[in-house]
Each structure stands twice: as structure tokens, then as C-alpha cells.
Design a protein around this ligand. Structure first.
Ligand SMILES: C[S@@+](CC[C@H](N)C(=O)[O-])C[C@H]1O[C@@H](n2cnc3c(N)ncnc32)[C@H](O)[C@@H]1O
Length: 237
């Protein structure tokens, strides 16, 4: 089986996200026309996190999904946001400090070696993270390890596909994303996006990797007209 993973070494990826952290949220809103918020909400609607549950947001970045999750698991639940980079996590921490009623913890760690015991979570999410990890198969196995029996998870990212959506993605990345990032002085960092997509597994490949990682259910669904995709996962009860 082909090994899928980021084309950049993990340390370079971490440095990239540390560098772009101060502009990340603004550029994300601008470049997706705010749609990333909708795709994240759609992902949570498919997962149905419930009050009292314990959830994990892997590659949480500046923490928007972890914050949404923390609202959903109230009362009694808890969310851990985990990221390898310090700068986005610092922003996540300050966001959650403004909402002290949310049960949220933050951890700087590697998504391939999460310092939490087996079966610690009822659910896990990873938004725009898998593409940045050195080994997608190992990452899915780590998500599986962390889930309790019957646990569920979702991996949201660009959809690696062919045909019109691929053409639209390429055009958007080259004509919109990179030029906008250039104005922010971050051209090279955002050019990495297209390269990371080239070595990212397709939906069908993601399903196969997840089955090999031990998930009993793995279904990839296109979102946003096929531009994005979400891999929905369930562990055996
Ligand atoms: C594109 S951002 C996504 C952030 C957030 N989930 C979102 O949807 O906006 C990818 C994140 O993955 C993190 N990351 C990259 N490699 C990682 C690793 N090995 N372990 C944990 N986080 C990692 C980066 O620091 C970055 O914050």
C-alpha cells in the first residue's frame, strides 16, 4: 500500500504553522469565504457529540472546532485540543480563557503519539490536520487507539479527487490562495497546501486506511460540491 503523508518533515510543518498562526484565522475566513465554519458545523452535525462526552480535537490549531465541541458536550463533558505548534495553541488558550464556562484543556503534542491512555475519548475530530502529518495510516491508528468502544470520529479536509472539483481546487489554490497569501508575506507557506494535497489519500483510500487501522465503519463523504471531504469513522461497540 502507498505511504501517504505530508511532503515536508514534521519539524518544518510545525514551524510553518507557528509562523502563520497570527494570520491563520483571518486568511482561513477570507480564502474559504467563511465556508470552513459551515463545513466544521456540518461535520459536528454528522457526529452528534452529546452532553457528558469526552472529545478530542487533533491538530486543533487556533481551537475553533474544540470550542464548538465544548459547547456541545455541556454539561458534564470535556474537550482536549491538541496541536504540535505553540503559537496556534496560545491563541486557542486565550480564546477559551474568554469562555471560562467551557470544559476545555489544551495540549502541545504530536498527533501520532498522543499522551493519553487507550480508549480515553468518546469521539475525536481532525480538521485539516491529516494532510499535514507524516503518516496518514499511523495517524488513523492513533485515533482508533484513543477511542472508547463505540467511539466515533471524523477527519475533515480537502477532497483529493479528479475531474472538475480537482480543476477548481487547483485554480483556487493558484489564483486565489497563493496571491492572497503573497500579500500577507506568506506565499511559500500557502504554496505548501497544493503540494500537501498531491500526496493526500483520496476518499476511497482513506476508507481503506481506516479499515486497516481497525475501524469497523469508515465512510468518506464529499462536502462543498466535492471540494472538501469528511471521513466518518466508528469503532466497534
Ligand atoms: C491547517 S491547520 C488546521 C487547524 C484547525 N484544525 C482548523 O481546522 O483550522 C493544521 C494544524 O495541524 C497542526 N499539526 C501539524 N503537524 C502536527 C502533528 N504532528 N501533531 C499535532 N498537530 C500537528 C499544525 O500545527 C496546525 O495547527
Amino acid at each position: 500500500m502507498t505511504r501517504h503523508g505530508s511532503p515536508e518533515p514534521p519539524e518544518r510543518v510545525r514551524q510553518l504553522f507557528d509562523r502563520i498562526a497570527p494570520r491563520y484565522d483571518q486568511l482561513n475566513d477570507l480564502l474559504s469565504l467563511g465556508q470552513h465554519r459551515l463545513w466544521k458545523r456540518q461535520t459536528l452535525a454528522l457526529l452528534q457529540p452529546r452532553p457528558g462526552e469526552r472529545w478530542l480535537d487533533l491538530c486543533c490549531g487556533t481551537g475553533d472546532l474544540a470550542l464548538l465541541l465544548a459547547e456541545r458536550v455541556r454539561p458534564g463533558g470535556r474537550v482536549l485540543g491538541l496541536d504540535a505548534a505553540a503559537a496556534p495553541l496560545a491563541l486557542a488558550r486565550s480564546r477559551s480563557a474568554a469562555r471560562p464556562w467551557l470544559a476545555l484543556d489544551w495540549s502541545q503534542a504530536d498527533a501520532l503519539a498522543v499522551p493519553e491512555p487507550d480508549g480515553a475519548f468518546d469521539g475525536a475530530v481532525m480538521a485539516y490536520g491529516l494532510r499535514n502529518l507524516p503518516d496518514a495510516a499511523a495517524a488513523l491508528a492513533e485515533v482508533r487507539r484513543l477511542l472508547a468502544p463505540g467511539g466515533r470520529a471524523a477527519v475533515l479536509d480537502f477532497n483529493r479527487t479528479d475531474g472538475l472539483p480537482a480543476l477548481v481546487q487547483r485554480l483556487a489554490l493558484r489564483r486565489l490562495v497563493v496571491p492572497v497569501a503573497r500579500r500577507a508575506g506568506l506565499e511559500d507557506d500557502y504554496a505548501y497546501l497544493e503540494r500537501s494535497l498531491a500526496s493526500f489519500p483520496s476518499g476511497v483510500e482513506q476508507e481503506r486506511l481506516a479499515q486497516a487501522a481497525g475501524f469497523t465503519q469508515a465512510r468518506h463523504r464529499p462536502l462543498a460540491g466535492g471540494l472538501m471531504g469528511v471521513l466518518l469513522l466508528a469503532a466497534s461497540p
